[in-house]
Design a protein around this ligand. Sequence first.
Ligand SMILES: Nc1ncnc2c1ncn2[C@@H]1O[C@H](COP(=O)(O)OP(=O)(O)OP(=O)(O)O)[C@@H](O)[C@H]1O
Ligand SMILES: [Mg+2]
Length: 309
Amino acid sequence: MSRNDLSGKLEEWADDAQSHGFRSGITESTFEPGRPKRDRRKPSAKRRVADLVLPEAARQAADTETEFADADMQRLYARGYFDRLIGQVKGGKEATVYLVGRGDELFAAKVYADIDARTFRDDSAYWAGITIPDARIARAMKHRTRAGQAARAAFWVGREYMYLWQLHRAGLPVPRPAVGPEATAISAAGAVVLMQFIGEGDVPAPRLSDVRLAGAEAESAYAQSAAILVRLAELGLVHGDFSTYNLLWHREKVVLIDVPQMLELRNGRTAHELLARDVSSLVTSFRRLRVNADEGELRRAVLGAAREG
Ligand SMILES: Nc1ncnc2c1ncn2[C@@H]1O[C@H](COP(=O)(O)OP(=O)(O)OP(=O)(O)O)[C@@H](O)[C@H]1O
Ligand SMILES: [Mg+2]
């Protein structure tokens, strides 16, 4: 499946979602994750800047406006969301993050790997709590047909935008999304989540897992992280992967990233299990920094917020 097909699917999905009055909680069929296919050779998800831009010769052969080999990045570029590629921030399993700019503004472009290269290996817990309101789409996703895989990827990117918008509007420290919130704009982004770049100049903010904070700074980082978890619970949400790998440390402030797997607490048991895991992984990582983090206390605060929110 090419990335063009994928963005086509995303458009379809967005239309579909709109015509179904998509919101979580409408239960027509609950999505159960299928098993990942094991027998296929996995293409590499790794991308470098050289893979993203067209080679000079190809650029000259194509029309002069074509800069990117990646159709989604090209579309965002052509629509003026950014005017230059600055470099790669991080390559990962599921996504590669690039730094792009428009005038003085800098953005992070999280480009999800082609769906064929994606693992989806250990995300069944997240999918288990998600309701797909359309039975046919749910079936295709469960059986991992090509269309089903495309729907999964589109769904994932759509979720990341929707939660970034929700959290940004609620005043939580997350990167401000740079596309949307209109569904048509988001569908045009294909497999790219474009958002505010968190960093100093072109240097990305470190993750909390990369800096060894101590003393008052570590205490402050823990207090801020715990407060984010409580705020999420007040909004009825659980992040689901709330670890120091997904918390950036920027000008003494904690910024939460990587939100596509967020769940609503009213979705039930899975969400509550993830909440318990989020609490304990946060506490564990800060105890390593000698912060006197009390798991019971944080759990009570979070559950209290969830009840009142
Ligand atoms: N808005 C941003 N500003 C600065 N850096 C960012 C931003 N978003 C992501 N990053 C950097 O890119 C890395 C990967 O982003 P993210 O956590 O969203 O993806 P991921 O799905 O966890 O990727 P993987 O699992 O492949 O590592 C982050 O750890 C962070 O270092
Ligand atoms: Mg991450």
